[in-house]
Design a protein around this ligand. Structure first.
Ligand SMILES: Cc1ncc(COP(=O)(O)O)c(C=O)c1O
Length: 405
């Protein structure tokens, strides 16, 4: 007899584009930091849908708010006003210091909008030759053409070349390279304050200082891509501020809807003033359901969630430091709050996710040798301790399962 999981996999194999190499688990429900598969097996989720399920799974307040909103009004298009977009924009403005928001549905669209608005800014100044962008090696900004053009990895880029011209990549470890690359022809510098897909690597302080200096000297706009590391993920509203950066534009997404697709490009008044009616737009962006989800998340953020992430981060840091001290295969831990990258031997990395699944744990591997953790922002201390225990077992399994050399 075919199991439910086998039936799901069979229909996907027949009809869904095969662009994701999925792990062989079929999840059917969740609660807090726990997920349950078709066989009724429970997993502890230290990934939260790659940093999206910020309030955990089946959050009561979010579910109730979405149900109530769906019963009232879902969508009216951006041709009309509705009561929630301005409210979300005002809250994001208070949090970021950037007074205007453009709403969209995904991180890549938020980055795309930032890139377009940066170009629009220079055009509106009557400057026609400032369209170059400086980006960073190791960066990931999304997969639509503009965002892909400032994403560094060749495997992402090469199959779709040619991409946007005029993008220059600099090593995050090369502050002088930043000073050289940013010129009077640069429209914007784009930076992830902590590179997420690149292996959870904070931009070094010397480089952020060089970015700030070069942007100030040339008038170049600064775009902070906070899609992954922003909105409380690191125990502070935005990591760019922690690095001493004051961006002109900022992309946010992931955590914002707690699982409902909503993202935004935030910007200064100077940039916003360059954008006219019809310059950019989207059918769905910032509809009532999306904004309702964002308000639930922003309520939680303003009611102690950021402080809770900071405390949870200290607990993780202790446990992960102990892991480094105890294991020859675990070399370094990077990150803050609830965004962690654990540098491991490549052979351990190859098996880590499968070994974790076997231990009932969801983690993720990125940048080849990095085990990444992005748990729900409201994960409990008990779940953190359970997660650290399972992670240790999984990494031991991954090391022990290697064939003898
Ligand atoms: C920093 C950053 N920017 C942009 C994106 C793209 O976001 P999305 O997948 O929602 O398009 C991601 C996704 O991982 C990201 O981490």
């Amino acid at each position: 007899m075919t199991t439910r999981a086998e039936a799901v996999k069979a229909v996907e194999a027949a009809h869904v584009l095969q662009n994701y190499k999925r792990h062989p688990v079929v999840f059917v429900r969740g609660s807090g930091s726990r997920l349950v598969d078709t066989e009724g097996r429970e997993y502890l989720d230290l990934l939260s849908g790659i940093g999206v399920a910020s309030l955990g799974h089946a959050h009561r307040g979010l579910a109730d708010a979405l149900a109530a909103q769906a019963g009232e009004l879902l969508h009216v298009s951006n041709l009309f006003f509705h009561p929630l977009q301005g409210e979300v924009a005002a809250r994001l403005a208070r949090l970021s210091g950037l007074p205007r928001a453009f709403f969209c549905n995904s991180g890549t669209e938020a980055v795309e909008a930032c890139l377009k608005f940066a170009r629009r800014y220079w055009r509106s100044q009557g400057v026609d030759d400032r369209h170059d962008i400086v980006a960073f090696e190791g960066a990931f900004h999304g997969r639509t053409f503009g965002s892909l053009s400032v994403t560094a990895g060749e495997p992402y880029r090469t199959p779709f070349a040619p991409l946007l011209p005029g993008v220059r990549f600099v090593s995050p470890a090369d502050p002088d390279g930043v000073r050289d690359a940013v010129t009077g022809r640069t429209a914007a510098v784009i930076v992830e304050p902590i590179q997420g897909e690149g292996g959870v690597r904070p931009i070094p302080q010397a480089t952020t200082a060089a970015i700030a200096e070069a942007c100030a000297a040339t008038g170049t706009l600064l775009i902070a891509d906070e899609v992954q590391c922003g909105l409380g993920r690191t125990g502070r509203p935005f990591y760019s501020a922690a690095l001493g950066l004051t961006p002109d534009l900022m992309s946010v997404g992931k955590s914002l809807g707690g699982g409902f697709p909503v993202a935004a490009a935030l910007m200064s008044e100077a940039v916003a003033a360059a954008v006219s009616y019809g310059d950019h737009g989207t059918t769905y962006g910032g509809n009532l359901l999306a904004c309702r989800a964002a308000l639930v998340f922003l309520d939680a953020l303003g009611n102690g969630l950021i402080e809770r992430v900071a405390a949870a981060g200290r607990r993780f840091r202790q446990g992960l430091d102990a892991l480094v001290a105890d294991s020859g295969a675990v070399h370094e831990v990077r990150g803050d709050g609830l965004m962690w990258g654990i540098e491991v031997d490549r052979t351990v990395a190859d098996r880590a996710v499968d070994c974790a699944l076997a231990r009932g744990l969801l983690i993720n591997r990125t940048a080849g040798t990095v085990v990444r953790l992005l748990p729900p922002l409201d994960i409990s201390d008990d779940d953190i301790d359970d997660g650290l225990r399972r992670l240790r077992l999984a990494l031991d399994d991954a090391g022990a399962a290697l064939p003898a050399a």
